[in-house]
Design a protein around this ligand. Structure first.
Ligand SMILES: Cc1ncc(COP(=O)(O)O)c(C=O)c1O
Length: 409
């Protein structure tokens, strides 16, 4: 007897549709730690695709710290933070994270999460509940990360918040809309560094607007924390803004090389998010050994090693911006380790990724819905463990592949 049923049929059809539109994503399994060289299917590839910007994901001191953390605290937290899962390692980490942003957010307090996705969901849905149903208005940048989009959608479903999208490059429409806005609570939500374009949000201007129209400004600095600012404290340090209106989110699985994320804000906001943030309340705390490892990661980020690693990254960014030229593909102006190459169609992006793989590189094609339709791309990212010569070799390879695709089209 056939075990086929309607939902299974639907799944197969949907997947076939994705295949047809060249939108099916493929899992690749690595056989080595995250670094600039990756073993995949027993082949060594030069990886320019992780978010391990400082090259800390396989740092020996962090590997030791994780083992030490497991010895001190075991491997599981056992419960959510508000039951019994909140350890001294979490507490120390939160205090250190708050200190990172305290120059820019007066009365700062931090709250640690297992992922950036959860931190964003918690921040947006929790903040939206500060006001009554129908009294909230959220302004979200059009190119925001999916976790912000989903947080905004959920907040809107839960609180009937009015949602408006704005262009982060041109804030006129945001300002116009805020002028007319009579909602009690207004929240502007923006990526600090846009994850698929690498450009940096105009935080100073956004804060000026937030102050003028009595709004909160939430900045998701997933790709800025560790990378921007002299001590790696992120976009607030780089732009030197100061305000209790800023709700800052940093992630710890990218430049920090480990896992997790945090919200940093003025203490009453954090206390409220502990009381009412459903992802915080109803989720098991991250293993304390991870928090212990992150304390070491923060030492590295803030210290001389972090400074040297950011210097190396900036050198790579400069070489790319000066030496990488394309005849038909598009570059985006970016001063961060995220450097997209825009190819347009899914077919071209997939063809380029395949040719790169043949040449020994790992740079996947990024397609909709991660990026807007017609802007499929290669998302090239740098790590402080890349050498300038590695980058120059990649530049040459990309130029050859661009020509090859042009000749074949
Ligand atoms: C801008 C941005 N925010 C949040 C996240 C989610 O962070 P995490 O991977 O820790 O869930 C990501 C992940 O890629 C991101 O790019």
């Amino acid at each position: 007897m056939s075990s086929k049923f309607q939902a299974l049929d639907m799944a197969e059809h949907q997947i076939a549709d994705l295949d047809e539109q060249l939108l099916r994503r493929q899992l690749r399994t690595t056989e080595s730690p995250c670094d600039t060289k990756a073993r995949v299917n027993q082949r060594e590839l030069k990886a320019f695709c992780s978010n391990d910007y400082l090259g800390l994901a396989n740092h020996p001191e962090l590997v030791t710290a994780l083992a030490e953390g497991a010895k001190l605290y075991g491997v599981g937290s056992g419960a959510s933070h508000l039951i019994s899962g909140h350890s001294i390692a979490h507490d120390l980490l939160e205090k250190k994270l708050a200190a990172c942003e305290s120059k820019h957010i007066p009365n700062a307090r931090a709250l640690f999460f297992s992922t950036g996705y959860l931190a964003n969901m918690n921040a947006i849905t929790g903040l939206a509940r500060l006001a009554q149903q129908g009294e909230v208005s959220i302004y979200s940048a059009k190119l925001n990360h999916a976790s912000l989009i989903d947080g905004v959608r959920l907040a809107s479903a839960q609180t009937k918040a009015k949602v408006s999208l704005f262009d982060h490059q041109n804030l006129d429409s945001l300002e116009e809309a805020l002028k007319q806005d009579t909602h009690l609570l207004k929240l502007i939500v923006v990526d600090g560094v846009f994850s698929m374009d690498g450009d940096i949000a105009p935080v100073e201007k956004l804060l000026r607007i937030a102050e003028q129209y009595d709004a909160l400004l939430m900045v998701d600095d997933a790709h800025g924390f560790g990378v921007l600012g002299e001590h790696g404290h992120g976009i607030l340090e780089q732009t030197d803004v100061h305000s209790e209106r800023v709700i800052y989110v940093g992630t710890l699985g990218k430049a920090a090389g480990v896992s997790g994320a945090f919200i940093c804000a003025a203490a009453p906001f954090i206390e409220w998010l502990i009381q009412k943030g459903r992802p915080y309340i109803y989720s098991t705390a991250t293993p304390p050994a991870i928090a212990h490892t992150l304390l070491k990661s923060l030492d590295l980020i803030e210290g001389n090693e972090g400074i040297a690693r950011r210097k190396q990254l900036n050198q790579l960014i400069q070489v790319w911006n000066e030496e990488m030229t394309f005849s038909s593909w598009g570059k985006v102006s970016s001063l961060t380790p995220i450097q997209p190459v825009i190819l347009g169609s899914n077919a071209n992006a997939l063809a380029a990724a395949k040719l790169l793989d043949d040449a020994g590189y790992w740079i996947p094609a990024i397609r909709p819905p991660t990026v807007p339709v017609g802007s499929s791309r290669l998302r090239i990212t740098f790590s402080a463990n890349h050498r300038v010569d590695d980058l120059r070799e990649l530049i040459k390879t990309l130029q050859v592949i661009e020509q090859e695709i042009k000749n074949n089209s």
